[in-house]
Design a protein around this ligand. Structure first.
Ligand code: DX5
Ligand code: ZN
Length: 219
């Protein structure tokens, strides 16, 4: 049986002046997870959300907080995001010298661990992490901003990772992030993705459209 597609709206495209209400609105509109994009102005050229905001948002939804760290160095902030209420903590292997240790650290806090691959990053590093990780996130844009165009070359990478996950027999989500809309979602799903991040496509048109926007991504 095909796995249920998980929709994880990125709150990067929400109205930052009313983030709590926005999180409640996407929760009510039927999203599965809530994707939180953390950027440091150093690893990526934009600054967004820190652990204090994650903590402030936590009471606004019981859904899984899918926290995507685009920060370097990453290790010293893992505890703060875990304490703030993150359920899944994903990081880029380039963001620290010891990705395996970072995965162990996240798991030791009782959280799920994800590895994020930039468009030009090879999937080679997965080989020695596959036994420990819970999620692989393929970036289909270069990280830093919402509203960018889907990079089609990543579909081959998604297909290759789907084969790696299936061969491992482990329960690992394969998530895609960047430029996901009603046209690109089916391409990512066909290639083997089971979890979709969508910022622009979720928040388009304001709260009265969130439910139909989310439904449109499920195909
Ligand atoms: C990009 C972020 C994405 C982004 C997606 O660095 O990781 O989560 O917000 O935005 P859209 O869906 O607008 O491409
Ligand atoms: Zn993201």
């Amino acid at each position: 049986m095909a796995k249920k597609i998980i929709i994880s709206p990125s709150i990067l495209s929400a109205d930052f002046a009313k983030l709590g209400e926005e999180v409640q609105a996407i929760d009510k509109a039927g999203c599965d997870w809530i994707h939180v994009d953390v950027m440091d102005g150093h690893f990526v050229p934009n600054i967004t959300i820190g652990p204090a905001i994650v903590k402030a948002l936590r009471p606004h939804s019981d859904k899984i907080f899918d926290v995507h760290l685009m920060i370097s160095p990453v290790d010293q902030y893992i505890d703060a995001f875990a304490d703030a209420g993150a359920d899944i903590i994903s990081f880029h292997p380039e963001a620290g010298a010891h990705p395996h240790r970072t995965v162990q650290h996240i798991k030791s806090l009782g959280k799920k661990a994800g590895i994020v691959l930039n468009p030009a990053t090879s999937l080679e590093c997965l080989k020695y992490l596959i036994d420990d990780i819970d999620l692989i996130l393929v970036m289909s844009v270069n990280p830093g901003f919402g509203g960018q165009k889907f990079i089609h070359s990543q579909l081959d990478k998604i297909r290759a990772i789907r084969a790696i996950i299936d061969a491992s027999g482990r329960d690992i989500r394969l998530e895609v992030d960047g430029g996901i809309d009603q046209n690109t979602a089916p391409l990512a799903i066909d290639a083997g993705a089971d979890t979709l991040v969508a910022g622009t496509a979720t928040f388009a048109g304001g709260p009265e459209h969130y439910a139909e926007n989310i439904k449109g991504l499920r195909g």
